[in-house]
Design a protein around this ligand. Structure first.
Ligand SMILES: [Zn+2]
Ligand SMILES: [Zn+2]
Length: 67
C-alpha cells in the first residue's frame, strides 16, 4: 500500500513517508491524532488540546504557564 502526500506548496505528489517535499523541500506536517490531545503529565488522562488544565486533576497541561 503506497502512501502519498500532496505538497501544499507545489502540488507535487511524494510517494514515501517523507518529512518534506522532494521538489520544493516544503516540510510536511501530517495530521496526527495525538496532536489533537494533550496527555496530562500528572495523571496521564488524555485531554482535548484546547484545554489548559487537566479535566481530571487540574494540572496545567502546557508548560510555561504561570497562574
Ligand atoms: Zn513541493
Ligand atoms: Zn491530570
Amino acid at each position: 500500500m503506497s502512501y502519498t502526500l500532496k505538497c501544499p506548496n507545489c502540488g507535487a505528489r511524494n510517494i514515501n513517508k517523507t518529512a518534506w517535499c522532494e521538489k520544493c523541500l516544503t516540510p510536511f506536517n501530517p495530521p496526527k491524532a495525538e496532536d489533537k490531545s494533550l496527555d496530562c503529565p500528572n495523571c496521564h488522562h488524555i485531554n482535548d488540546y484546547l484545554l489548559d488544565h487537566c479535566e481530571v486533576c487540574h494540572e496545567p497541561l502546557k508548560p510555561g504557564q504561570s497562574e
